[in-house]
Design a protein. Structure first.
Length: 272
């Protein structure tokens, strides 16, 4: 038996390229940031991640730069990075693509990353802490006299309703999503809604988060007929940074859900 090969095959990845923000943030939280050798240009959490070599946008990767980093694992996210994942495979690079779309799947992702770097206990501790926080927010939201009806706008052209974990977090934070039937649609194109549909469902609150772009509230409020919507009429149109709520990892389970709850609590107070 080749003991050298056996030892190597049982080792954990030590040179990881993270092409989505949630993977790199998790490795920092587990104290395993030294394993990260490259990240996406959109990585911002924690701020120290900016010191790592940037080797991709969200949809495109610089494989020449990645190969020079000699990674033993590349982590990608979702069908949006399907082409990056495909090219990595064709180049013979080890790649893991995860496609978490719900809160429970985010917890599964955390557990998987923890196993990859032999930090199962830290992974369990993180999950327990996030579960406790979500339960605390849900308990506080249970005191609301009324649950506001919420439209979450993930993109503006076309108008796209919120992905699964966002809609779940809205419910935990005390709101009632107006398009619950769309939350399990795996692709953004399947969550496209028409302006007239939003008007008909009459949300009390509009929360927008346009991935990688600042929300223009005035453009939302000026859409034809939207002045009839209570959210627009009463000034309840808000923005949450996409890095806080559209990152399916630690960000949405902390900053994202806290901001959702703060907004909904203020709306319910103003209505009382």
């Amino acid at each position: 038996m080749d003991l050298t090969f056996a030892a190597k095959s049982q080792a954990f990845p030590s040179r990881i390229v993270c092409l989505s923000d949630e993977a790199s943030e998790l490795l920092y939280l587990m104290g395993e940031q030294e394993r990260i050798v490259g990240v996406s240009g959109f990585s911002t959490r924690p701020p120290e991640v900016r010191s790592k070599p940037r080797v991709s946008t969200f949809r495109d990767a610089n494989f020449e730069a990645i190969e020079k980093l000699d990674p033993d694992l590349i982590i990608t996210y979702s069908d949006v990075q399907a082409e990056i994942t495909k090219e990595a495979i064709q180049r013979g690079l080890p790649v893991l693509n995860f496609n978490q779309r719900s809160v429970s799947e985010i917890f599964e992702f955390i557990a998987l990353i923890a196993r990859l770097v032999n930090q199962q206990d830290k992974g369990r501790q993180l999950i327990a802490a996030y579960e406790m926080e979500l339960q605390g927010i849900a308990n506080a939201a249970a005191e609301f006299a009324r649950r506001p009806r919420v439209f979450f706008e993930e993109w503006n052209d076309p108008i796209i309703s919120g992905i699964g974990w966002v809609e779940e977090l809205i419910e935990i934070a005390g709101g009632e999503p107006i398009f619950p039937e769309l939350r399990k649609a795996p692709k953004a194109k399947d969550r496209v809604v028409f302006p007239e549909q939003v008007i008909k469902r009459n949300p009390d609150v509009i929360i927008a988060s346009w991935c990688g772009m600042k929300v223009k509230k005035e453009s939302i409020c000026s859409r034809a007929g939207w002045d009839k919507i209570p959210a627009v009429r009463n000034g309840h149109v808000y923005e949450i940074p996409s890095s806080h709520i559209l990152q399916p990892g630690p960000a949405c389970l902390t900053d994202g859900v806290r901001e959702l709850h703060r907004i909904l609590a203020s709306v319910t107070m103003s209505a009382s």
